[in-house]
Structures are given as C-alpha cells and as structure tokens.
Design a protein around this ligand. Structure first.
Ligand code: 5GP
Ligand code: ZN
Length: 137
C-alpha cells in the first residue's frame, strides 16, 4: 500500500468526497476547509510537485481546475476564487503529491490563509460536493 495519502485517496483506500474525475485527475473536497467549497484538484499518477509534472498531466489539471472553478462559482457565488499550489516545504507544501487548491474567497477575507481552517463533518462536505457536481453538467 502506498504511503502517499493522495495516492491512497486516488486508489480508494482512503475515503474522500469526490467532485470530479477523469483519466488523469481527481478533484475532491479538502478535509480542512479554508472556506466552504474548498476543493483540491490532484493529478492521479504520483508526481511530487510541479517540477515533475508532464505536459499531458499539466493540461488535464488546468482543464479540470477551470471546470471545477466555474462550478464552485455557480454553486456558492463567492466574491472571488483563489487557485494556488504549494511546491516544496518552504512554499508550505505538506502533501508531496501534486495538487491545486481552489478556495472560494469573500470580501474581507484578505489574502492570508492563516486563520483557523474548519474541519466540517463528512455530511457537510458531501452536501457541498453535491452542489458543485450539480453545476458540472
Ligand atoms: P498542501 O499543504 O500540500 O498545499 O495541501 C495539502 C492539503 O491536503 C491540506 O489542505 C490538507 O487539509 C489536505 N489533506 C490532507 N490529508 C487529507 C485527506 O486525507 N483527505 C483530504 N480530503 N484532504 C487532505
Ligand atoms: Zn501520491
């Protein structure tokens, strides 16, 4: 069994709240929600970070990120949406499997991500994921 938590999520060995899936990408709710509707878009094959991402995977992540971003906007109508990735521990990466964060943002949030992150119950993540999936078409 892989030691990588996101590889285990991709393999279905750890449950996740899935939002979108294709051959190369899995999008799921972050268990730590900076704001409601916070989604991670992960490449399925194990890649540590952006430096190791090949062109096909990069294109697939970009396409999925744009699609899920539009669905989050339609579902939650945030004032804005932050799309970011951490690459390397010095940049704040904690899971060393390439992924992009999509974080709905509201007026007054500011730019920092330092306030306490909420860990909503699974039912809440499921309900929010269903709202996003409903907008994906
Ligand atoms: P990073 O810090 O590498 O940019 O982002 C890692 C993210 O993965 C964190 O926001 C963290 O909350 C999330 N995360 C870590 N373990 C799990 C897990 O088992 N399930 C889910 N859904 N998210 C996770
Ligand atoms: Zn992995």
């Amino acid at each position: 069994m892989s030691a990588c938590v996101f590889c285990r999520i991709v393999a279905g060995q750890i449950p996740s709240t899935r939002v979108y899936e294709d051959d190369l990408v899995l999008a799921f709710m972050d268990i730590g929600q900076v704001n409601p509707g916070h989604v991670l878009v992960a490449v399925k094959p194990h890649v540590d970070n952006v430096y190791a991402l090949d062109d096909a995977a990069a294109a697939a992540v970009a396409r999925a990120t744009a699609r899920v971003a539009r669905a989050i906007r339609a579902a939650f109508q945030p004032a804005g949406l932050s799309v970011y990735q951490a690459n390397g521990a010095a940049a704040g990466q904690t899971v060393f499997h390439y992924h992009v964060h999509l974080v709905p943002r509201h007026d007054g949030d500011g730019m920092a991500f330092t306030w306490p992150v909420k860990n909503p119950p699974r039912e809440v993540l499921e309900a929010h994921a269903a709202q996003i999936r409903a907008q994906l078409g």
